[in-house]
Design a protein around this ligand. Structure first.
Ligand code: GAR
Length: 196
């Protein structure tokens, strides 16, 4: 099985969806580490409950020294030799120095239909633009933020009374379907696009 490390920053609901899918004995991958950039990340307890090793590497003591923070991330990854790195709500920007060696083996989920709305506040931006459709994207990570080859997208309608919160919740349900579907294919060496 391919060895998967997952980076989170918050509640980790996408991480849970990936770990639960990998519980299938026929899955081509298994989780070897969940790493958060804060000991407060709610997802760490969830990962522990699911039997996955966890670690936190707090970015704050590095005071903006991204290469030093990334060296600490790499030190944790080196201990578990992952084949695939999944970003799942990881809210720190990674530099080219970190990303380049992982290129082709690192995935991310982003809450918009890329190339629309790279960066933050994707749901309010979709509402402000008057979009009637929104969604999420799983892509391979390159040094350019929220760029890179798309592995899959899932679409949801925008309803007329939507707030950023109601729209985010509708997208999140789809994220939990899309990311596991994409990781399954990717770990099996299949980069055929997933559309949900
Ligand atoms: C998800 O909606 C994910 O797409 C988004 O953060 C949320 C994390 O939720 N990611 C980004 O915005 C990346 N820039 P989770 O911790 O419950 O998976």
């Amino acid at each position: 099985k391919k060895r998967v490390a997952i980076f989170i920053s918050g509640g980790g609901s996408n991480m849970v969806s990936l770990v639960e899918d990998m519980a299938d004995p026929d899955h081509p991958a298994k989780p070897v580490l969940v790493l958060a950039n804060s000991a407060d990340a709610g997802g760490l307890a969830k990962a522990s409950d699911l039997g996955v090793p966890v670690v936190s590497v707090d970015h704050r003591p590095f005071k903006g020294d991204r290469p030093a923070f990334e060296a600490a991330l790499n030190a944790e990854l080196d201990k578990v030799s992952p084949d695939i790195l999944c970003l799942a709500g990881f809210m720190r920007v990674l530099t080219e120095g970190f990303v380049a060696p992982w290129e082709g083996r690192m995935l991310n989920i982003h809450p918009s239909l890329l190339p629309k709305y790279k960066g933050l506040h994707t749901h309010s931006r979709a509402l402000e633009a008057g979009d009637n459709e929104h969604g999420c994207t799983v892509h391979m990570v390159t040094p350019v933020l929220d760029d890179g080859p798309i592995l899959g997208q899932a679409r949801v309608p925008v309803e007329k009374d939507d707030t950023a919160e109601t729209l985010a919740a509708r997208v999140l349900v789809k994220e939990h379907q899309l990311y596991p579907a994409c990781l399954r294919r990717f770990a099996a060496g299949d980069t055929t696009r997933v559309d949900l």
